[in-house]
Design a protein around this ligand. Structure first.
Ligand SMILES: Cc1ncc(COP(=O)(O)O)c(C=O)c1O
Length: 414
C-alpha cells in the first residue's frame, strides 16, 4: 500500500499562502485550511497584520478592533514595549519545567501578591485551567472540614470555561448538553441572595465562584450590594468565594482587579486573557489559609509559569497596573458608556446598555450575530455575548477618538 503525504485539496479549500511557488522548494506543503477542526465559526478572510487598534486582513482591509482577541490584546497590536519585552525574553530561557525554579515566574507571583489581597499564586496556561485549579484548591481546603463539603456553586449566566468541571459551572445549555455527564458536585444558582441563602449549605458547599462582570453571559456588572451580601454570607458559612476575573480583570474595568470596585476581597481569584500579552497563561491568586493546605504533588502543569511567558507577564502586569492607564480606562470608559446610551436614544435600535470601563454590552433589536456580521463588513470587529447582546471590548489603549470612530461605525450599522 502506498501512502501519500501530499495534502488533498479541492478548489473550495482555498489557501492563502501557496508555497508551491515558494522560494524554498523543500518547504512543507502549504496548509490546507479545512484541515482545522470545525469547532469555530470563523469570520471570512484571514488576518495577517495588526497596527495599534486595527487588524489588517490579507487583502489589506483594515478593521477597527473592538474585540481585542476577546479581551486578550489589551495593548492592541505592535506595542513597542511589549515587542521589546518579547525580544528580550526570547534571548533567555524558554522552558525548564516546574521541577526547577526560574526567576520570572517568582517575580510575577510576587508582583501579583503585592498588588492584591493574595499571598500565593499558581501559574498555568489558560482561563479554564485556572478555574479548574481553583476548584481543586477549594476542595483541598475543604477536605480538612469533612468529605461532604465539596460542592462548587456558580451563578445564573456564568461562563467559567469549556473543560468538564468549568463546563459544569457554565450556564449555557447548548455548550453543556452534548457533553453530559459533566463533572459532578457543581451547580448553578440564581443571582439572588435568597436563593443563595438556601443553596449555600455550609456542610456541603466548599466554594462559590462568580464573575464580577459576567462577560459571555451578556456583560452583566453584578450589583455591588449583592456582591457584598454574597461575601458576608460565604464568610459566615465558611465557604470560599472565588472571583473569576479572567475577562474583567487586569484593568478592563478601570481598576487592576474588578473586586476593588466592591470594597471586599475574595478568597481566590483567577486571571488569564491579557496577562501575558497574547501568550497563553492563567493564574490563581489565593489567601494564605488556602495555600497552606496545598502540598507538593497536589496539582501541576508542564508549561505553567515558564520563564519566557512569565517575563512577558511581568511586563504586562506592570503596564496594566500603571495608574495613568487605569485612569484612562475609567474616564474614557465612562464617556463610552454615556455615548452608547445616547446612541440607544438616537437610534431606537438598542434595548439596553450595560458595562463598565472598556467592557460593554448592548442588547440589539434582531440578533447580535446579524449586527456583528454587518459591523464586520463595515470594518468594525465586535462579538456577541448571547443571542441579543453585542459585546464591545476595545483594546485598553484605545483613545477617545478611536472609541468615537467605532461608535460612528456602529451607528451606521444599527
Ligand atoms: C470569565 C471567563 N472565565 C473563563 C474563561 C475561559 O478561559 P479560556 O478560554 O482561556 O479557557 C473565559 C473565556 O472567555 C471567561 O471569559
Amino acid at each position: 500500500m502506498t501512502i501519500s503525504l501530499e495534502p488533498t485539496r479541492s478548489s473550495s479549500q482555498a489557501i492563502s499562502d501557496d508555497r508551491s511557488t515558494s522560494a524554498f522548494p523543500d518547504a512543507a506543503p502549504a496548509p490546507v485550511v479545512d484541515a482545522l477542526l470545525g469547532n469555530y465559526k470563523r469570520a471570512p478572510g484571514h488576518f495577517a497584520e495588526g497596527d495599534g487598534v486595527y487588524l489588517i486582513d490579507s487583502e489589506g482591509k483594515r478593521y477597527l478592533d473592538f474585540v481585542s482577541g476577546i479581551a486578550v490584546n489589551a495593548l492592541g497590536y505592535g506595542d513597542p514595549g511589549l515587542r521589546a519585552a518579547m525580544h528580550s525574553a526570547a534571548d533567555g530561557l524558554i522552558h525548564v519545567s516546574n521541577l526547577y525554579a526560574t526567576e520570572p515566574g517568582e517575580q510575577l507571583a510576587a508582583a501579583l501578591v503585592n498588588k492584591s489581597f493574595a499571598s500565593k499564586v499558581f501559574l498555568c496556561n489558560s482561563g479554564a485551567e485556572a478555574n479548574e485549579g481553583a476548584f481543586k484548591f477549594a476542595r483541598r481546603w475543604a477536605r480538612g472540614r469533612g468529605d461532604a463539603k465539596h460542592e462548587i456553586i456558580a451563578l445564573r449566566g456564568a461562563f467559567h470555561g469549556r473543560l468538564f468541571a468549568t463546563l459544569a459551572a457554565t450556564d449555557r445549555p447548548s455548550y453543556r448538553i452534548p457533553f453530559r455527564p459533566l463533572a459532578p458536585g457543581l451547580g448553578i444558582v440564581e443571582r439572588d441572595i435568597e436563593d443563595l441563602a438556601i443553596a449555600l449549605n455550609p456542610e456541603t458547599v466548599a466554594a462559590l465562584i462568580l464573575e464580577p462582570v459576567q462577560g459571555e453571559g451578556g456583560v452583566r456588572v453584578l450589583d455591588a450590594g449583592f456582591v457584598r451580601e454574597v461575601r458576608a454570607l460565604t464568610a459566615e458559612r465558611d465557604i470560599l468565594l472565588i472571583f473569576d476575573e479572567i475577562q474583567c480583570g487586569l484593568g478592563r474595568t478601570g481598576t487592576l482587579f474588578a473586586y476593588e470596585h466592591y470594597g471586599i476581597e475574595p478568597d481566590m481569584l483567577t486571571l488569564a486573557k491579557p496577562i501575558a500579552g497574547g501568550l497563553p497563561m492563567g493564574a490563581v491568586l489565593m489567601t494564605e489559609e488556602i495555600a497552606a493546605t496545598i502540598k507538593p504533588g497536589d496539582h501541576g502543569t508542564t508549561f505553567g509559569g515558564g520563564p519566557f511567558v512569565s517575563s512577558i507577564a511581568n511586563y504586562m502586569v506592570e503596564r496594566l497596573s500603571d495608574p495613568r492607564m487605569l485612569r484612562h480606562i475609567t474616564e474614557n470608559g465612562a464617556w463610552f458608556g454615556k455615548q452608547l446610551n445616547e446612541l440607544a436614544q438616537r437610534t431606537g435600535r438598542i434595548r439596553a446598555v450595560r458595562g463598565i470601563g472598556y467592557m460593554w454590552g448592548i442588547d440589539v433589536m434582531g440578533t447580535a450575530a446579524h449586527v456583528v456580521s454587518e459591523a464586520f463588513n463595515n470594518g468594525l470587529l465586535t462579538c456577541s455575548a448571547g443571542e441579543y447582546t453585542v459585546r464591545l471590548l476595545p483594546p485598553l489603549v484605545a483613545t477617545r477618538d478611536e472609541l468615537a470612530l467605532g461608535l460612528g461605525m456602529l451607528e451606521e450599522v444599527l
